[in-house]
Write a protein that binds this ligand. Sequence first.
Ligand code: HEC
Ligand code: HEC
Length: 406
Amino acid sequence: MNEEQKNKYYDKYLQAKQKGVKFWPDIIYKDLIVSFALFLLVIGLAAFVGVAQEPKADPFDSNYVPRPEWYFLFLFEFLKFIPGQLEWVGTTLIPGIGILILLFLPFLDRNPYRHWKKRKIGLMVMGLIVLGIVGLTVRSVVTTPEVEEVALAGSIAEQVIQGQDLYSIYCVECHQPDGEGGEVVGVEGLEGVILKPINSQDEMWTRTDETLFNVIDYGQQDLGMPPNGLGYGGELPRNEIEKIVTFMRYTWDERAEIPEEAIVGIPALTEGEAPSYEVHISMVVKRYCISCHRPGKENNEYLMGSYQEMLTTGNNADKNIIAGDLQNSYLILTLYRESILDPATGEEMIGPMPPSKDLKAEYVEMFERWILEGMPETADEAAALSSPAVEEVAPESTVTEVTPEP
Ligand code: HEC
Ligand code: HEC
């Protein structure tokens, strides 16, 4: 730019400055256009991009790490430096002072110059503040504990397992282990009633999760299905009912895609493997026995909630499980569906177990082998008892398969 151009430009500038621009309508008009464009942008983002939703709030989920939006993170981080009882200083006083300073800045800073070299103090103060905000934000992001990666992916699997446990406790006695229904045995007021299956595709495809939730919550009291929701006098909070629904949906509904990790089952025994309480027996018990064999149910005081309980409780505690002796262990006899008579009166003392139908042969065999092996508790104990042939042959054969011939 030469001198002449410079002057010309300066004249123009002076003229424009003298003439001025009206706030209304000129400036407002410009603002209107820009804000309308922003408005369209936001609508577009909301319609076509959306916001990823977090899972439904669950007051029982202690894994959740609550954090404010990113633009408040610095304040959040700043609060961490302030002791609890002085919270108001961090949340109200200091930010309030900051805002007041901004408000009065035009009166506080009367420096007429614009060039940065003549505004060193102002720039330094602002620079420090910006640095502080960025620093605090970064610190907050870095120190946020990692939400367990599996929490989201695994939550269905977790819920299915927990839902199954709850189902075993609250539903099995009437609806049977797999929701197959049939004749109710041993339930007051419903003795002999035939229940329809609740695990059929007919049932699953015509009941939404919400319907299932309501059935469990309120029951179908006229038909004999008791209410389970806390609100109706039952024992279950909402999130537990939801878990039962999740279990039912993913276990019985063929159309519901079961996440790989959600497939729960009782591990089958391999040849020569000794079952343990930990891995096998507790799973079978959970599914087929615990609904009745827990406190508050009619069961001859036989509780099956833990290893200790299984071995030590019951009116016939000393006879229920006798290590190595299948012919005299009541537990095995009941699984064979033999009635055990009271030696004194000759009347039936213990009926077949589970009362309503045969336990699957493979699970009966699990109990048999477990008692024959002396009731190992942990997987390690069981492994020590397993016939070594299985363990040693396996790795050897894989080695020969993998190694290429020279
Ligand atoms: C005391 C016995 C009993 C218990 C315990 C029980 N139910 Fe029921 N349930 C019934 C009866 C009776 C019906 C209605 C008769 C029928 O549908 O065959 C029923 C019906 C149902 C239905 C079918 C509703 C429909 O028409 O679609 C579902 C689903 C169901 N129960 C789920 C459950 C779940 C889940 C639990 C455990 C939280 C549970 N029930 C506990 C007795 C029981
Ligand atoms: C529907 C409820 C119900 C289920 C499910 C059930 N039981 Fe029982 N169980 C009872 C009742 C009730 C008794 C008391 C004796 C009787 O009435 O026959 C009992 C008694 C027993 C006894 C005798 C306890 C003693 O000390 O006298 C054994 C052993 C037993 N059950 C084992 C099992 C096993 C193993 C399973 C699971 C495979 C199972 N039960 C499932 C209701 C049940």
